[in-house]
Design a binder for this molecule. Structure first.
Ligand code: ATP
Ligand code: MG
Length: 506
């Protein structure tokens, strides 16, 4: 990092208000070439909004932006692109039925005149780019066949392409808004290697994350936003994790993993030799009342597949599931819900929310009958139902706001809130704290405690090992569709779980 040259980017006094909320209130940000600048803050602090102003997606109300010492006026995404600003958004913007190559070069595909796509060049350019970036993806694969992590890789390749040559690295400023939220440790390592290469080439990176372990692994400096204000910019060598948490939350967050173990009760669920061709084989385990069973594994190990089979979203073709002592067969998710099984899916944006409806309506959707039973008045009853959930999870929104206007993390909390208010006794949480800020993570852990104390059983899939170790009573490690190992909370260590997940013996 050098400070002699003018900074690559200076944002000064940036202000942006939306109806009813000041998202940014005079924020400064300076970026140097070759720097990874971490941008931290709780859900709704204004991080994505600041980056959307930089990328031309939003117009600022006030403030100045300088690139390489020169005043610039960014009015549209096109202006930002021309300045070498590339943003990888928190929400993926890809087209499911198009191929990897078409998605990467969307609107910029090489043509043979008259708008006819030159497929050979398109695929050739894509292969070269993916190679440059060290990504193991086939250009012709349709996007809907890829996992969430692979889609994130496509989004990164899209941001880093040079449309004219088909290879990477025209970006001067690269913004990554929670790029690892869907990645497992191995992909994260790959992404970090890529980042190291990019900064060595002089790119400046703004990196937004809620995973504090990443902050120290790749960051040089950090800026913290709180309620639209910039509360600090520091070198990471001069600030501790505890200080960062205090800066973000402005309150004591407490024990990071407050698991209160209860003696396990009756068996809620038993899975015997469950299989699904090509995805799962010989899966056997049980879940008892009051338990949290964690599931570890790498991408493609079959964790989300298991969740989908248990929740009736996919069918099994071998073995059986015993629920509350009875053999059950799920044909649809509704069958599983009737047995009291609630799934918090991995891809919550697609499966969990109706974007145009209010927070209250989304929370109340699965509970219509229950609300009527409880004798609420129709008028305002959804709001009243929603209020305590919004408060419990610290959702930064009012019940009457449409969910599409909420920040990414706050949307996640609403999906979680939907289930917590229901009648389910068996919960399958697939990455429950992904994209959620430090304070809210602890709130979710408290909710997990409350659920198990009241007799529920929880299957928790997580790629964050500290969370899995901190909150599970037992940990199953999956590898290539099988359960590779099982550890009790007392025996599990990061190294043991990881080596089982890597399949060192499978
Ligand atoms: N288009 C919009 N219309 C109205 N309000 C908005 C809009 N975009 C963002 N907001 C509000 O601005 C505030 C800041 O949101 P932003 O998305 O920048 O937060 P964030 O720091 O990125 O949070 P997260 O960590 O959850 O992604 C929030 O209160 C959000 O609801
Ligand atoms: Mg955001």
């Amino acid at each position: 990092m050098t400070t002699a040259e003018p900074p690559v980017l200076e944002m000064r006094g940036i202000r942006k208000a939306f109806p009813g909320v000041v998202a940014l209130d005079g924020v400064d940000l300076t970026l140097h070439a070759g720097e990874v600048h971490m941008l931290l803050g709780e859900n709704g602090a204004g991080k994505s909004t600041l980056m959307k102003i930089l990328s031309g997606a939003y117009r600022k109300d006030a403030g100045e932006i300088r690139v390489l010492g020169r005043d610039v006026d960014i009015q549209s995404p096109r202006d930002a692109l021309a300045l070498g600003i590339r943003v990888i958004y928190q929400e993926l913007n890809l087209v499911p039925h198009l191929s990897v190559a078409e998605n990467i070069f969307l609107g910029a595909a090489p043509t043979r005149g008259l708008g006819v796509i030159d497929w050979r060049r398109l695929f050739g350019n894509t292969s070269r780019l993916l190679n440059d970036l060290g990504m193991d993806l086939a250009p012709a694969t349709p996007l809907h066949r890829l996992s969430l992590a692979q889609r994130q890789m496509v989004e990164i390749a899209k941001a880093l392409k040079d449309p004219s040559t088909g290879s990477g690295q025209v970006a001067k400023i690269l913004v990554m808004d929670e790029p690892t939220s869907a990645l497992t440790s191995r992909e994260v390592d790959r992404l970090f290697a890529l980042i190291a290469r990019l900064i060595a080439g002089g790119v400046a990176i703004v990196y937004i994350t809620h995973r504090l372990d990443e902050v120290y692994r790749i960051g040089h400096r950090v800026s913290v936003l709180r309620d639209g204000r910039q509360v600090a910019t520091k070198r990471l060598s001069e600030v501790t994790v505890a200080e960062l948490v205090r800066l973000m939350a402005n309150r004591e967050v407490g024990d990071h993993f407050p698991r209160q173990r209860t003696a396990p009760g009756a068996e809620l669920l038993r899975v015997e030799q469950l299989g699904r061709r090509g995805a799962l084989s010989d899966i056997s385990f049980s879940l008892r009342s009051g338990e949290v069973v964690g599931i570890a594994g790498l991408l493609g190990a079959g964790r989300s597949e298991l969740a989908r089979v248990l929740a009736g979203a996919d069918r099994s073709d071998a073995g059986r599931v015993v629920c509350h002592g009875q053999i059950v067969k799920f044909r649809t998710p509704a069958d599983a819900i009737r047995q009291g099984i609630g799934l918090l899916p991995e891809d919550r944006k697609a499966e969990g929310l109706v974007a145009g409806l209010t927070v209250a309506r989304n929370l109340a959707l699965p509970h219509g009958r229950k609300l009527a039973r409880a004798g609420f008045l129709p008028r305002g009853c959804e709001e009243r139902f929603a209020e305590p959930i919004v408060k419990d999870l610290r959702v930064k929104a009012t019940p009457t706001q449409p969910v599409r206007l909420l920040s990414g993390g706050n949307q996640q909390k609403v999906v979680l809130g939907k289930w917590l208010a229901g009648d389910a006794r068996i919960f399958i949480f697939d990455e429950p704290t992904r994209g959620v800020d430090v304070g809210a993570k602890v709130e979710i852990y408290h909710l997990i405690n409350r659920l198990t104390a009241s007799g529920a059983g929880i299957i928790m899939i997580s790629s964050e090992l500290p969370e899995l170790l901190g909150m599970s009573d037992r940990i199953l490690v999956m590898c290539r569709g099988r359960i590779q190992a099982e550890f009790s909370a007392a025996d599990a260590t990061q190294e043991r779980v990881l080596s089982a997940a890597l399949g060192l013996a499978c």
